[in-house]
Design a protein around this ligand. Structure first.
Ligand SMILES: NC(=O)c1ccc[n+]([C@@H]2O[C@H](COP(=O)([O-])OP(=O)(O)OC[C@H]3O[C@@H](n4cnc5c(N)ncnc54)[C@H](O)[C@@H]3O)[C@@H](O)[C@H]2O)c1
Length: 346
């Protein structure tokens, strides 16, 4: 392989642009901009010196022998077919979350990548968030003892401009659901990482729709039992309106309670820890500790990891195989919403 990795961005919308920036920062070369919208592909190419070739058909890029990898930033129901075609063409694959719209599609992607001997990594950027890694380390070190309860909330305000730019997102088939898919794959993956545990069962409800144009759920909650016995609540909404979310930013909160204390974070940078452990006391006083974790661009971190895996052949942290699980949990949540029953996961 040439020293500069050559990449095709397939889907030149919001995520495609961020990924292209990440590849540029990591010294890779975006040589193809692929989008059904010529304007989107042209804009992405222009943003990076205009050197990327433009096409509306990803097969043109796959036919380029110099191309090393594709980066799939498409609507969810298109991930599977494009990834399988890329693997068959011998190209490494970075694919946005969720891995696919269905488990058979995810399985086909994993099998095709295995067969071709190419890297299949899911761009689950939140798995690279330094704050979550620190929380995982604190839990692992036993700072709060055995976790009993995890609570995660994802507060978003879906603006009209967001969906005007992404009409596919209103279509439950193209988006493979609604908020539970868009946010749930992130949160279930983070929960699995910080607890070092996996979901055993899930019960989920969708709230009455407030964003009527959206076919999928706009506000959902899930109650989860982890294999180790802890329970978790997940609240995800596109219509949690506040001064902060109305201005654009999402608010992601996490709190874990264990037998010896609690860990909580709300702003993506600061972790508040309370622990009854002797080494967390000041003198004989129990206090709240604030741990500051500098933020980093998770898109660049994940892309750096992808490039390293391509170069070394190492299994990505967010391999296709590992990221099949958050999709499986999300699909179980939807089954629970439909049946009104909890769903057991193997
Ligand atoms: N990790 C994150 O934080 C994050 C944030 C936003 C989006 N995403 C993910 O990125 C992916 C894309 O989402 P987005 O927000 O960038 O959407 P988007 O609508 O901004 O971009 C998708 C692009 O795909 C193009 N497209 C649609 N069908 C196509 C086809 N058949 N061939 C070629 N191009 C086609 C559209 O024209 C559009 O430009 C999704 O998987 C989404 O979940 C991840």
């Amino acid at each position: 392989m040439d020293t500069r990795l050559q990449v095709a961005i397939i889907g030149c919308g919001w995520a495609g642009i961020r990924h292209a920036q990440g590849f540029a920062r990591c010294g890779a070369e975006v040589t193809w901009a692929v989008d059904v919208s010529h304007a989107q592909a042209a804009a992405l190419s222009a943003a990076f010196n205009g050197t990327a070739r433009i096409t509306n058909d990803f097969r043109h890029a796959l036919a380029d022998p110099a191309l090393d990898a594709v980066d799939i930033c498409l609507p969810h129901d298109l991930h599977g077919n494009v990834a399988v075609a890329a693997a068959d063409a011998g190209k490494h694959i970075l694919c946005e979350k969720p891995i696919a719209a269905t488990l058979p599609e995810a399985d086909a992607m994993i099998a095709a990548a295995d067969q071709a001997g190419v890297v299949l990594m899911i761009a689950e950027n939140e798995r690279f968030l330094p704050l979550s890694h620190k929380i995982r380390d604190l839990v692992r070190e036993g700072v709060i003892g055995k976790p009993a309860l995890l609570q995660m909330t994802r507060e978003c305000y879906l603006t009209r401009s967001f969906v005007e730019e992404r009409p596919w997102f209103l279509d439950a088939k193209a988006a493979a659901g609604g908020m539970m898919t868009a946010g749930g794959v992130h949160d279930f993956e983070t929960a699995r990482m910080v607890l070092g545990d996996d979901v055993a069962s899930i019960y989920s409800l969708a709230a009455p729709q407030r964003f009527l144009e959206l076919e999928g759920d706009d506000t959902s909650a899930a109650l989860v039992r982890f294999r180790g016995g802890a329970i978790g609540t997940f609240v995800l909404s596109f219509v949690m309106k506040s001064l902060v979310t109305a201005a654009g930013p999402e608010i992601h909160t996490i709190r874990i309670d264990g037998e010896l204390g609690s860990i909580a974070a709300r702003d993506g940078r600061t972790i508040r820890v309370f622990s009854e452990r002797d080494d967390w006391r000041v003198g004989d006083r129990l206090i709240h500790h604030e741990i500051y974790v500098p933020e980093q661009d998770t898109f660049s971190l994940e892309i750096e990891h992808f490039i390293q895996c391509v170069r070394t052949g190492a299994e990505p942290l967010t391999s296709g195989r590992s990221q099949r699980r958050p999709l499986e949990i999300v699909l179980a949540a939807y089954r629970s919403m439909e049946t009104g029953q909890p769903v057991m996961l193997a």
